[in-house]
Design a binder for this molecule. Structure first.
Ligand SMILES: *[C@@H]1O[C@H](CO)[C@@H](O)[C@H](O)[C@H]1NC(C)=O
Ligand SMILES: *[C@@H]1O[C@H](CO)[C@@H](O)[C@H](O)[C@H]1NC(C)=O
Ligand SMILES: *[C@@H]1O[C@H](CO)[C@@H](O)[C@H](O)[C@H]1NC(C)=O
Ligand SMILES: *[C@@H]1O[C@H](CO)[C@@H](O)[C@H](O)[C@H]1NC(C)=O
Length: 221
């Protein structure tokens, strides 16, 4: 009987330990009304191009993966894109990208584009030829602006050529080509404030009990 009880205790404590070791699903547990929308819901995943999917590998952001076949006289190629959006980064919202293209064996990684930046990253070797105009280099176009409460993000592919020192001539201004490019994966202003604040709260401890505890500790010191 004693050994039986003992083994029950051992089993029970093993269960407790494994429950403690199991990865916590804290965000789900502590979701408050109105703060329960996932990162993919917040970027309106239903509006993503059909070649793209959104997933949430961790509690802090999202990953969008696309495999976009272009089948036109201008661009006949398949471009893969992986966007890692990190809206809640305490150093400022940021995103990273991985772009692949098979024909020219391109695989470029762009890390840590921070809020406040707008950049075009040329895809080496890839251009669009437009008769009487010339070659337009294909770029990964990235804009990220604002803060988690109001984060504007634009990520996609575009084709542009320099037209004088200050000007660019881009695909949207060229009839025919404008039906192919630009192609945007994300283009909008998103509200991550609640999401980030609840992620923040749960990545340490719940906000209110913690501050009470701190007060209590302070009083006793
Ligand atoms: C979020 O919570 C509301 C009610 O608080 C509920 O109606 C809604 O279905 C929830 N959404 C998700 C994705 O859990
Ligand atoms: C794109 O390339 C494929 C194979 O290389 C070819 O069969 C197809 O006709 C091309 N499409 C266009 C619009 O040029
Ligand atoms: C998350 O918490 C950190 C540290 O407390 C803070 O600096 C940051 O602004 C918070 N992020 C958001 C989105 O509230
Ligand atoms: C999230 O917390 C930050 C810092 O405390 C605050 O400025 C922001 O307004 C909050 N956002 C929302 C949607 O509650």
């Amino acid at each position: 009987m004693k050994t039986f009880l003992l083994s029950i205790i051992v089993v029970l404590s093993a269960i407790t330990v494994s429950a403690r070791l199991a990865p916590p699903k804290e965000r789900e547990l502590l979701r408050l009304p109105g703060t329960n929308r996932s990162a993919c819901e917040l970027i309106h995943q239903e509006d993503l191009p059909e070649e793209c999917t959104c997933r949430e590998p961790d509690a802090y952001g999202l990953v969008i993966e696309c495999l976009k076949p272009f089948d036109s006289l201008y661009l006949n190629d398949t471009i893969g894109m992986k966007i890692n959006l990190d809206p809640c980064n305490p150093d400022g919202s940021s995103l990273s990208l991985d772009v692949t293209e098979a024909e020219h064996n391109v695989d470029i990684t762009i890390v840590g584009v921070k809020a406040g930046e707008q950049q075009n990253f040329p895809i080496p070797g890839l251009s669009v030829i437009v008769p009487t105009i010339g070659h337009l280099g294909v770029d990964v176009a990235v804009l990220i602006y604002g803060n988690p409460d109001r984060l504007s993000v634009k990520v996609g592919l575009n084709a542009c050529m320099a037209a004088g020192p200050q000007h660019q001539y881009c695909a949207s201004g060229i009839p025919g080509l404008s039906r192919v490019l630009p192609w945007y994966v994300l283009k909008g202003t998103y509200a991550f404030g609640d999401f980030c604040n609840s992620t923040n709260a749960t990545s340490s401890l719940p906000a209110l009990p913690l501050s009470d505890d701190i007060d209590a500790v302070a009083k006793f010191q």
